[in-house]
Design a binder for this molecule. Structure first.
Ligand code: CUK
Ligand code: CUA
Length: 639
């Protein structure tokens, strides 16, 4: 134990040394490509080669960039309210942020992953997790809108998410925190042996992408960190890193990070799927929200689900094994062939790589090294493929280029290290600025990576940009990885903390990107599809105004008969049927955001007038030469 302690302390002092040397003047000179500008220049009017979907961390959003330019195209609100798009403010999208805890318009979004077919990116959806109030969201890549959010019951800190299996059969959710399942009032110090870690398998309908919690595996009370699916030969398995296998209720270092090795949990989900399809598992009462956005009605519904199917791993023999992995592994990354499982032990000197083939043999030969709560622990030597010896300090995550190379980030020594699968030799290393977390190669999470660029996502930027007070931007860095040596091309700022990203060739998404919503298909209950449909309907104190907007007027634009104390619903339909002609609407004193309504859509906001008078509204999106004329008045009379 003492040795490990010294090792950790050694790392920490080295960390300080590395951070200070990275702040020197030499900066990026050694890493910067000599023709970097040329390589990232996308001429005006030209398109980027790749989309990059970069998570917004504590902003709860997902940002869409182009690569190699690093240009920002869109910030997609997911677990956040966004006044720019009225997401979470208009009546149509508010239900998307509903949870069993009520309306929670924030989360900590970490890992986007793009849907796959036969192990390759298919460009249909992006999934992303909310860590805090555990959720998974799905973004439709025809509209670039969040169209579904499912809450994860019995879970706390959904950090393992949201990685997909090779035909998007499942997207998984893990639990960072083990907790009492079901929740109950009990002493915290009785954690050990009593808390559970739920690993949830959420099925995805191949046609419409509809998610459902198919089953939940109730695992021993460790912390479950990251996960990755098997692919190719290991398709049917999912791998999760664990830490705090000591089950300490306080993670001060005296309690946790003691074990020489934690585990990678290997889960044969196909076996468990068979078991539950035959009626196995136990239904447990619970409460979790499932929110769906319907493209036809342009509105969301939130349903509360009342039970979940749980599975005890001991009831499905041969479905769950532990692979010992030194020390507090963070990332758990599977190479494109599905053979190698990389455990990035944060406090380990070497990088550990397991072999799927050896794992299967060790299982067949029963090469066990004891068990944990009845789950067999495989012998380390019998599953080890190899180790990359002292590649750097503080490994976090690994991606693959599809040419037999792996790229690992080192947080403490602040670098990306390129090494070779199979020989485990280090080929190249380049500094990052500074303290890199994740990295991303487009398709790097699939059987077919597009190994042209790697994006490093950094935790600290310090002197890299113009200062903006105590808070400075987070940052991504783009490297060319087509040669033997990596070349730094570009720094670009990100929205929130970029934990992970998913990259995809633009050609897989661009042709399917929707241009307008057809007005004829609009099934919103309050749509007005022509000026003849517009109306003002009073129902007690509730007033529903069905309006239209088109260049460059609202109809109706003079509204009378509203009284103080009314609750006024503005249902506004954009009649335009041309690409890129949204209109906006905002009302003086309305305690909501503006609406930004796409062609063919209807959106609703509520206004509760407090004073008599004549109150203006106007279009908030510069839509034509007569944009400034696009306005109207509402007359408010005494109650
Ligand atoms: S975590 Cu952020 S650096 Cu959430 Cu994937 Cu590793
Ligand atoms: Cu419509 Cu400005």
């Amino acid at each position: 134990m003492k040795n490990i302690f010294k090792l950790t302390i050694g790392f920490l002092s080295l960390a300080l040394a590395f951070t200070s040397c990275n702040n020197g003047d030499s900066k990026s000179k050694s890493a910067l490509s000599t023709n970097a500008a040329e390589k990232v220049y996308v001429a005006p009017g030209e398109h980027d080669e790749f989309y990059a979907f970069i998570s917004g961390g504590f902003s709860g959003q997902l940002a869409v960039y182009g690569l190699p330019s690093g240009r920002l195209f869109k910030v997609i609100p997911v677990f956040s309210q966004d006044p720019e798009k009225a997401w979470g403010y208009n009546e149509e999208t508010k239900p998307m942020l509903n949870t069993s805890y009520g309306f929670i318009p924030w989360d900590d979004s970490h890992h986007p992953d793009i849907s796959q077919t036969a192990g390759e990116l298919d460009g249909r959806w992006v999934f992303i997790n909310g860590n805090n109030t555990p959720r998974i969201a799905k973004i439709d890549l025809t509209t670039f809108e969040t169209t579904e959010i499912i809450e994860i019951p019995n879970s706390a800190g959904n950090h393992s998410s949201s990685f997909v299996t090779e035909n998007t059969e499942y997207v998984v959710a893990g639990t960072r925190f083990s907790v009492p399942v079901p929740q109950k009032d009990m002493p915290i110090k009785e954690y050990k042996g009593n808390f559970k870690g739920a690993l949830s398998f959420i099925s995805v309908d191949p046609k419409d992408g509809r998610m459902a919690v198919k089953f939940q595996l109730l695992m021993p009370g460790f912390n479950y960190d990251l996960s990755h699916p098997g692919r190719g030969k290991s398709h049917g398995w999912f791998f999760f890193t664990t830490y705090n296998t000591e089950e300490a209720n306080s993670l001060l270092e005296v309690n946790a990070s003691q074990n020489d090795k934690d585990f990678i949990a290997a889960i044969n989900w196909k076996k468990i799927e068979e078991y539950v399809n035959k009626g196995g598992g136990t239904k447990m009462p619970t409460n979790y929200a499932h929110n769906v956005y319907n493209d036809e009605t342009h509105s969301a519904t939130s349903t509360m689900i009342k039970e979940v199917l749980t599975v005890n791993p001991l009831d499905v023999p041969g479905a769950v094994y532990f692979l010992p992995t030194p020390k507090s592994p963070h990332g758990c990354d599977v190479d494109p062939s599905g053979e190698y499982i990389v455990g990035n032990g944060k406090l380990s000197a070497n990088l550990t790589v397991h072999s799927f083939t050896k794992m299967q043999k060790a299982i067949a030969d029963k090469k066990f090294d004891g068990e944990a709560y009845g789950i067999p622990i495989l012998k380390f030597e019998d599953v080890l493929a190899g180790s990359v010896v002292q590649p750097g300090l503080g490994p976090l995550h690994t991606e693959f280029d599809g040419k037999g190379n792996a790229y690992t980030t080192f947080f403490i020594s602040s670098e990306v290290v390129k090494w070779k699968l199979g020989t485990w030799e280090v080929i190249d290393r380049k500094p990052t600025y500074y303290s890199v977390g994740h990295l991303m190669i487009p398709g790097g999470n699939s059987a077919k990576p597009f190994g042209k660029y790697v994006v490093a996502m950094n935790k600290i930027t310090k002197d890299r940009y113009l200062p903006t007070g105590p808070e400075v931007t987070q940052s991504a860095q783009l490297y060319d990885i087509t040669g033997d040596k990596m070349e730094l091309l570009l720094d670009f700022p990100t929205i929130g903390e970029p934990h992970y990203a998913a990259g995809c060739p633009a050609d897989l998404i661009k042709p399917k990107s929707k241009k307008i919503f057809k007005l004829a298909d609009n099934k919103h209950p309050y749509a007005a599809k022509s000026d003849a449909d517009t109306k003002v309907v009073r129902n007690g104190k509730e007033v529903h105004i069905q309006m239209t907007m088109i260049r460059s007027h609202f109809s109706p634009d003079n509204i009378e008969g509203i009284k103080v104390g009314d609750k006024v619903y503005f249902h506004v339909t954009n009649l335009e049927q041309d690409y890129d002609v949204p209109h906006g609407i905002s009302m003086i004193g309305a305690n909501t955001s503006e609406l930004l309504i796409m062609p063919g859509q209807t959106e609703t906001f509520v206004w509760e007038p407090k004073q008599v008078g004549v109150w203006p509204f106007y279009c908030t999106d510069f839509c034509s030469a007569l944009h400034q004329e696009m306005q109207g008045y509402v007359r408010v009379s005494p109650a």
